[in-house]
Design a binder for this molecule. Sequence first.
Ligand SMILES: [Zn+2]
Length: 63
Amino acid sequence: MPLKINVGDIVELKKKHPCGGNTFIVRRAGMDFRLECTTCNTQVWLPRPKLEKRVKKIIENSD
Ligand SMILES: [Zn+2]
């Protein structure tokens, strides 16, 4: 079952960002996701399959 990830969600990834943070806020959802690191505010693009593999958990759901 695909993960339900929406804009505004905060997700924790298995792989840490180079800055040491591992929580990201979802800025855009679709085939590709745009995530913003909550520690250093850098934005990264990830294709959905890659994101689904990397998500450890959804910390905060925007709903
Ligand atoms: Zn970062």
